[in-house]
Design a protein around this ligand. Structure first.
Ligand code: AMP
Length: 553
């Protein structure tokens, strides 16, 4: 009987268990990441039962890292990156130095020698790109000011890691009494010059060749009209650029993918490219968390509990406080500084690579791997809580002038009655809200994109921030007191959930929803919508009206 290949078994076990445990976590109102990591521990080598191949899982997780960073790059133009350089260059470099110092101090307390102290410190100073970018994308903050700072910060940290990884073998050779017993400047200068030369060559090739060839290729494929080919093109670009960056130029795959996305960000196809890579990105990013769980040996909790707590404290408190202090000194608004600092209080993939290399080079004791992994898991699990706390705290810090009119992020119930609730302030919702306001109807908007929320705030329109499928938001919108609900978002599955909850909250409210396919019209009506407007039908009707008026028969 033919057997499923190991890769298929891993995908089934890892994705399936992550799905089940993630759903349970979601139900318990904790971050689904907890479920993913637990799934990893369950199928890892340190717990009984089925053991998945962690090497393969890690390789699959790499695809998640590439697609995540590519997606972030798509929303990021080179000028966005340059606009935050005055903050992120000094900020990230100083934060890495401070966190390294704290990590080294912890290692000193463990009684480790100087080289171990330094490598351990660096490993604790670099945040996981996956965790930060996922948090930003989940909250649709990539294009906000705090998103730009966080991503710029990650890019600088990533560059530092590339340099450290290159220099470490040379330093280790010198320390272990290699060809030159002391680390002389000349010995380090050569690998350093080669690394910077390769980085510069990569940027140059991307700028001169990539910036022309890649958008041209995607435009060409888009005009073939084949969705399948377009998807393939997007995937080939994301994975191909990351691979070339790593193989030929010694740049990390994450950074390579980020630049691959960034050179496309100015192309009109970037939005479509982002949408096409979304489902794969999400699935593979989940595998990253599963693979972290698989590597973790829970025995470290009982074997060295104090050391584990110390290591985690450096990441959670040390980096958090250092980053927040630096951001404040660099005059970043307190709310943004809190969010970025909270986002950085975790470690992941880079730390694992660094620790493994340190152990191979005999610069670190074997226990450091377990400590770094343990601290990584703890910090990744605590990170969503830190981010939520940062957001709550920053709301309280809003200047009193704005407190009079509630900031859009606040979850305070509205005081409006007889109002219209508009979900989504995009191409459709914006026109609906404008028309209603013109007619003098009080309007409340629910929106989850940061840029749209900023515009709402600028126009003085009352808004609730977040996903409208969240029942707390619908409650704050006081549907029982509202007269009509417009669900003006393009995604029918999410719209269906919103309609269903709204109908439950107010059996008599008039609900108008938006759809793009006949099947969606039926679905939304079943969920309780009074009227469903299908965009394509309206477009067709308007086209016919135009043609009849222009060419009467
Ligand atoms: P458009 O397709 O241009 O009309 O844009 C749709 C708008 O709805 C965007 O601004 C999205 O950020 C927003 N949006 C989409 N889904 C949700 C949701 N579940 N809750 C709140 N806002 C949403």
């Amino acid at each position: 009987m033919p057997h499923a290949s190991p890769l298929v078994v891993i995908l089934v076990a890892a994705l399936g268990l992550a799905f089940v445990l993630g759903t349970i976590a979601n139900r318990l109102r904790i971050s689904p990441i907890v479920g993913y990591v637990l799934a990893g521990i369950a199928i890892g080598p340190f717990t009984p039962g089925y053991v998945a191949d962690s090497g393969l899982t890690l390789q699959l997780a790499d695809i998640g890292v590439i697609l995540l960073m590519f997606g972030v790059g798509l929303h990021f133009s080179p000028s966005d990156l340059l606009s935050v350089r005055a903050i992120v260059l000094p900020g990230a470099i100083l934060q890495v130095i401070l966190s390294t110092g704290l990590g080294a101090a912890a290692a000193w307390l463990f009684g480790w020698p100087l080289p171990s102290m330094i490598v351990f410190g660096v490993a604790l100073s670099i945040a996981s790109t996956v965790v930060v970018t996922r948090a930003l994308q989940e909250r649709r903050l990539v294009e906000s000011e705090r998103g730009r700072i966080a991503v710029g910060w990650l890019v600088v940290q990533d560059l530092i890691t590339v340099v450290v990884l290159v220099l470490l073998p040379t330093i280790a050779g010198a320390l272990h009494g290699g060809p030159s017993p002391a680390i002389d400047a000349g010995g380090l200068a050569a690998p350093l010059a080669i690394t910077f030369g390769k980085l510069a060559a990569f940027f140059l090739v991307m700028w001169v060749v990539g910036r022309r060839v890649i958008p041209w290729m995607l435009h060409y494929v888009a005009h073939t009209g084949s969705r399948e080919l377009f998807r393939l093109a997007v995937l080939s670009v994301a994975l191909g650029v990351a691979y070339i960056a790593a193989e030929l130029f010694g740049v990390s795959i994450a950074l390579g993918a980020f630049f691959g996305g960034m050179i496309l960000s100015e192309s009109q196809l970037s939005r479509r490219a982002a949408e096409e890579s979304l489902p794969l990105r999400d699935a593979f990013a989940v595998l990253f968390f599963v693979s972290v769980g698989m590597l973790f040996n829970p025995m470290v909790i009982t074997a060295a509990p104090l050391r584990l707590i110390g290591t985690a404290a450096v990441v959670l408190a040390g980096t958090g406080v250092a980053a927040f202090a630096l951001l404040s000194i660099l005059r970043v608004q307190t709310a943004a500084a809190l969010f970025v600092a909270a986002g950085l209080t975790q470690i992941g993939e880079f730390s694992f690579v660094l620790v493994n290399l340190g152990i191979d080079l005999k610069l670190l004791p074997g226990q450091s791997r377990d400590l770094v992994l343990g601290a990584s898991i703890l910090s990744i699990l605590i990170n969503p809580v830190m981010l939520a706390a940062a957001q709550r705290w920053s709301r309280r810090l809003e200047p009193p002038a704005q407190a009079a009119s509630p900031p859009p992020e606040a979850l305070l119930p509205t005081n409006l009655t007889g109002h219209a609730v508009v979900v989504g302030y995009g191409r459709v919702g914006r026109l609906v809200a404008d028309g209603l306001r013109h007619d003098g109807v009080p309007v409340l908007v629910i929106e989850d994109a940061a840029d749209a929320l900023e515009q709402l705030r600028a126009q003085g329109i009352e808004a609730l921030s977040g996903n409208a499928a969240d029942e707390r938001l619908l409650r704050a919108a006081k549907l029982p007191a509202a007269r009509v609900l417009f669900v003006a978002i393009p995604e029918a599955f999410e719209a269906g959930q919103i309609v269903q909850q709204a109908r439950r909250a107010n059996p008599s409210i008039d609900i108008v929803a938006r759809a793009h396919f006949d099947a969606e019209v039926g679905h939304l009506k079943n969920m309780g919508a009074n009227a469903v407007i299908m965009g394509e039908r309206e477009i067709a009707a308007a086209m016919l009206t135009h043609a009849r008026a222009a060419h009467p028969v």
